[in-house]
Design a binder for this molecule. Sequence first.
Ligand SMILES: Nc1ncnc2c1ncn2[C@@H]1O[C@H](COP(=O)(O)OP(=O)(O)OP(=O)(O)O)[C@@H](O)[C@H]1O
Ligand SMILES: [Mg+2]
Length: 458
Amino acid sequence: MADSTKHVLLIEDEALLRQAVAEQLGDRGYLVEQAGSGEEALARLADFAFDVIITDLRLPGIDGAAVVDAALERYPDIVAIVVTGYGTVKGAVEAIKRGAADFVSKPFQIDELILALNAALERRRLKSENAYLRAQLEERYRFEGLIGKSPSMKRLFQLLETVAATTSTILITGETGTGKEVVARAIHHNSPRRQARFVALNCSAIPETLLEAEIFGHVRGAFTGAIGNRQGRLEQAHKGTLFLDEVGTMSAALQMKLLRVLQEREFERVGDSHTIKVDVRVIAATNSDLLRMVEDGEFREDLYYRLNVIPVQIPPLRDRREDIPLLVQHFLDKLCDASQPPVTVSQEAMRRLMAYGWPGNVRQLENAIERAMAFRGGRGQIEVDDLPPELAAASETPAAAALALPEEGVDLVAFITSIERELIQRSLERTNGNKGQAARLLHLKRTTLVEKLKRFND
Ligand SMILES: Nc1ncnc2c1ncn2[C@@H]1O[C@H](COP(=O)(O)OP(=O)(O)OP(=O)(O)O)[C@@H](O)[C@H]1O
Ligand SMILES: [Mg+2]
C-alpha cells in the first residue's frame, strides 16, 4: 500500500529492550522515536503528532495508562498499543476500554507487535475513509434522494435543477433500477409545484381496460363496475406533477388520448362528455427504446416528440463506477442503527462491488448491501463472502477480467496497440467524431489524440 511512512513513539524504560524493538520497527519502515519515561513521552507528544504510540504500561513516574490518556486526548485518531508485563493483563483491558487499539504481553515476538500494529492502522484507515465518505455525502454529491459524484451524475443534477423550474414535459430514460422514479420526484420537489401533489402511475402495472379510467377518471355507469363518479390521476395531479412510468406500454388508443392532454390540457372522464381543464406537468419514464418503437410503428411519433421535450437520460451504474463507494455508504447509513458503531466494507469486498457489471443498477446494489448486512452476522465489516455469489466472480478491474495470457504467449506491444486503437475508436463513436471530446474521455490532450490517429492511418 502506498501509505506514507508512519511515525511511532516507543515508550519503554528498559533501554536494551527499547533499543531492540526500535531497530526492528525501523527495519520494517517505521520512523521510530524513543522515550524512556512517561514524562519524556508527554513532552514529545506535545510537539509532534505521532501516528502510533507503543507504550509499556508499567513505567516509573507517570505510567503507561496516563500516557495513553494524554495521547488520545490530544490526538483522538492516534493508534495506541500497550505492552503489558507479566500479570498486568487487567491493566491492558482497562487501557483498551479507554481507547487503546490493542495490547501485547511481554515477552513478545516482534512479529506479534507488528501484526497488532498493522491491524490497528488498517482499522484506523477504514474508519477515516468511512468518515471521509460520510462527510462527502453530507456536503455535496446529492440532489434530493439522489447520490452521485461522477461527472455524468453531476451534469444530471445540474440539468434537473434547470428543468425543475420549468413546466416542460420531460421524458426520463434509463435501464431498470437507475433511479428514474427518484429523478421524477426530485424534479417535482424542486419545482414551483412542490406544494401540490406528485401523482405516480405505472402504466404497465394496470390492466389496459382499467388504465384509461385510472388516468382520466370515470362517471357512474361508464362501464360495468363503475359505481360512482371518480377522479382520475390527471385531476388528482392538478397544479402538480403526473408521473407516467413505463409509458411505452400504453395502447394506441390511450396514446392518442394522452397526446390530446399534452396538446390541449383538457380531457373527459370515461363515459362523460363534460370537458375538464387541468394544469399538470407530465413526466414520463421508460426503460424501452421509444425511438425504436416509433420506427417499428408501436409508439406514436407525435406523442414521442410531445413527451420528449426535455430528455433526461440516466446512465447505467457500470458507466459511473466512481459512484459505487458513495452509494454503498449511503445504503449502509440507511440500514445501520446510528447508535451502533458504523459497519465498514473490506477493501476486497469494495473492489468486487466496483468491478461488477450491475445489470440491475442501483436497485441491485441496494439489495446486495441489504443482503450483506444480514449475512455479516454481528461482524463490523462486510467481507467478500457476504456479497451475492455473482459478485464473487467479479475480478479486480474490468479490463483485467477480459485478459488471459495464452499458452503461446502474447505480442505485448501489438496487443497494447490494438487496445489503444479500440478505445480511441469507441470514444470517437461516442462523441460523434468530436476529437476534443474524445480526447477528454481518454484523458489525453487533443493534439496527442490527433497524433495517434495520424499514426494509425499511416
Ligand atoms: N442516484 C441514486 N442515489 C441513491 N439512490 C438511488 C439512486 N438511483 C437509484 N436509487 C435507489 O435505487 C432504487 C431504484 O430506483 P427507481 O425505482 O427510481 O429506479 P427505476 O429507474 O424507476 O427502475 P425501474 O425501471 O425498474 O422502475 C430505489 O430504491 C432508489 O432509491
Ligand atoms: Mg421505476
